[in-house]
Every structure is written in C-alpha cells, then in structure tokens.
Ligand binder design. Sequence first.
Ligand code: KIV
Ligand code: ZN
Length: 528
Amino acid sequence: MAIQHPSFGTIDEKRVIVFDTTLRDGEQSPGFSMNLEEKLRMAEALADLGVDVMEAGFPIASQGDFESVQSIAQRFAKDGPVVCGLSRSAPGDILRAVEAVKPAARQRIHTFLSTSDLHMRVKLRMSREEVLEAIQKSVSLARNHVADVEWSAEDGSRTDPDFLCRCVETAIKAGATTINIPDTVGYAVPADMARIFAMLRERVPGADGVIFSTHNHDDLGLAVANTLAALDAGARQVEATINGIGERAGNASLEEVAMALRTRADVMPYSTNIVTTNILKTSRLLATITGFDVQPNKAIVGRNAFAHESGIHQDGVLKDKTTYEIMTPESVGWATNSLVLGKHSGRAAFRDKLASLGYTLGDNQLNDAFRRFKDIADRKKTVFDEDIVALVDDEVMRAQTRVKLVALTVATGMGTRPIASVSLEVDGEMCDGVAGGDGAVDATFNALQQVVPHKANLKLYAVQSVTGGTDAQARVTVRLEEEGKLVDGQGADTDTIIASARAYVHALNKLLAKRARTAPPEMMRTPA
Ligand code: KIV
Ligand code: ZN
C-alpha cells in the first residue's frame, strides 16, 4: 500500500528510502572525524549519489557538530536530500537539532531513546513507563517544529517484543513518520530482523501509515544481511554508510545494499534513487578525506572486487564476462580502461577528464592541478584515472590552507645521516627549516616541525600505492594527535618523501584550524 510522507509525498510500496549516516554514525567512530569543509564535500558527493536522507550530524554534541549540520542544511536550502539532525529525547537536544536543520529545504529530526531492559536499567535508569512518557514528549516536541520526524528504539533488536510494540505505538501516536529499529550492538541475525518488522507491522496500530527503517551494525558481519531481511519483512528505509564505516565494526555498507538490490532485483524487487555509477567516486572521496582505504577485497569498491586472477576465471571472463561477473564494474563507476592522458595532453583534455571523473575546479585550482599533472606525466610512463583522482584530491585539500609546501630537498644515503631542508609558505611568508633524522621521512618531519613548532605526536604513518609499478604515486596518510584531538593528513606524489611531506603539512593545517577554533589568536603564531 502506498504511504503519504511529509518529505516524499506518495511513496510507492516498492520504493526504498536510502538514509545515509556517513556524516553521523560513520563520522563519530575513532579516526573518521572530518572538518567542516570535508563534511561539505562529502555532503555534495552524497547528494550526487542520490541518497534520500542525509544524517548530517548530532547538533547537541558540540558547537562544531552544530555548525556542520547547519552549513549542510544551508547548502541544501533550495533542493537536495532531506537534511537530518540527530537528537536524544531531552527538549534541549531536540531544539538544537531543529535550529541546525532549519535552513534546509527539507528537514528531519531523528530522536532516539533506548528501549531494551538492559539499557533502561543501567544506562537510563528509567522505568518502562518513564520511557514511554519520554517518547511521547520528545516526538511531540519534534513534530511541533518539523513535519518529518524519525524515532529510533536504541538497542531495539534486544528489546522485549511486547514493550517494543508499545514504544512504537506511542511514537506513532505522537506523530513520528518514520520508525527505526536499530540493531545497535550488531547482535541480531536476519531471522530476528524479519520477525521484529513483521511483528510491528502486524501488531502496532497505525503501522501502515509510517515508514519502517532498519539500522544495522556489523559486529557479526551481518549488517547487510540484516538490512535485506528487514526489507523483506516490510521495512522501506535503509540506514547505511559509505564503505560501511561506523561505530566499532561499522554500519551496513550503502554500496553493498544498493548493489544487492540492483543485482538481485529478481528476488528483491525494490527501487532506490542511488546513481550506482557514482558509488566508487564517493567511496574514494571518503577514503581520501579520512585516510582509511577500504580493504582490497571489499565488495563493490575494493581494488580486487572485479579483478580476476586465476587462469580459469580469466579465460571464462575473456569468453563471456557473465561467467564470473554478476555485475559490471562500470555499473559502480570503475572505468573499463583507466589509462588516460599523457604528457602531450592539453588543458582542455585534462578539464574534460576531470569532468568525467566528477570534478569541476575553478580556474586557479585547475591551473595548479594541470601543472602537477604535467609534472607527473613527465615522470610517469602512464597516467591512470586513479593518478588524476589522487592529484586533484590533493590539490583540493590544499586550497585555502595557511601552510604550503614550497620546496623539499633530502640528502640521504647508506652510512650518512639524512638531512632535510624544507621551504614553507606560512600565512604568505616564506620560512625555511633544516633538520636531520633517523631516515629521510624522519628528517623531513623534523624540518617541518622546526618551521611550524607543535607538540603533536605522530600516531600513524601509512603509505599506499595509488596504482601498480615502481613509478606509481604514493598516497601517504599521517595522523597527528594533540591534546586528545586527532587529525589526519593525506598527500600524494610519485616521490614517497614528497608525498609524506604533503601529508604532514596537510595534517598540520588541520591542527592549526582546530587550534584556531579553540584558542586565542597568539597561540596560532608560527616562529619568525
Ligand atoms: O546504532 C544506533 O542505535 C544508533 C541510533 C542513534 C539510531 O545509531
Ligand atoms: Zn548506529
């Protein structure tokens, strides 16, 4: 039966709403935090991907979270996905979320409360009756401000079934338009999910007028399976994240759910608005921003997801791709032939290539990126799409930063102590530093430390190859920690030491930006 929804109008019974929580459940997991500019870039990519609802953050959590949600709401003030803010059930939380999402053309408040006996007793110290009253009050308050209200039963999968029905009934009566049942701790198996949704739809008065939603964590590796089981039992909203990032083992991976629905439409005849050809691009953007690549064998977006290694498989694929491919690589955005431009390619071809990869740069950024492309094309035999993506991401990340790497020289060799000399532009002024170290990277970082003094500890240094071959670009991730705050920086170059320096400078810029938000201006000064 079709449902009338405040944000989507008439929803056909086969339509599945995709609710992305990369910027909330995903972003809150350790190491995945993003700054405002990064969240806005991610939000743009998610909108291009076709998500219906974007959970932009948890506005009461911090001033930074509030501002991010508000900025994303401003970005989608005319059109775009529904922008959602998360809140607990306290009135202050809800009103803060209402304020944050207000600029968006379509707004949602997502309020939640634990309903399992364990959580109510230990965490909330509330009785069942108190929880029911809180649900009634919180949902009514949210509904007084926005038409689209989602209510979640935290730890819903471990909640007593009769009580869960009473909670859901209370939320629906108070005006909730979406009811979400999370498997908060990743404990459920698909049969549990199927039973819970079938029960709620059968027993709860008013169930046929709301959208049921499923939100699964991957502690047992079952998040996607549980999501699909919930759909089979009548849920029509899936909550998921890009690359499956999220608390602990993560959330259901959006790309896996979307491609399972598309590939197995014979048994799951549902439709989504996901533009599947944008999947890879979105996954890579997230990896670039957070510094966490997906594992090579990750379904859909892993480097090996469409690679056929064994002779028997290769032979089959050459004869007919469908022998071993259940979906085409192109359908999720992998290029068939990613060999691209060479050193003779001009600016127009470069701009066209960028457009086909989904990038539109302003003139200045285009010029800088083109200069670096020429430089790479001179040094590297073949330039792949992956090289261009790494290069442009690097350029975009570097725009509007206070510290810029201008030059780097490292003298090193067997039996000699490496010495690094760096030149940086700091707030428009040139500054130089020279330092030794235990290796070329250590010397480089010491020289950078000399120009921009800081007490941050290096928590992670990781190098990955963007493509194959000894002339491949290296993508380096550096994680710094200062007073409990973590920042990640990335850098790419065919020279690993230069990539390392770029990554370190990127992290330093983030550190300075963080300090600027929390400290008086004099703390930001770099030495003369
Ligand atoms: O996992 C969970 O229970 C959540 C809720 C806030 C929806 O993320
Ligand atoms: Zn969650």
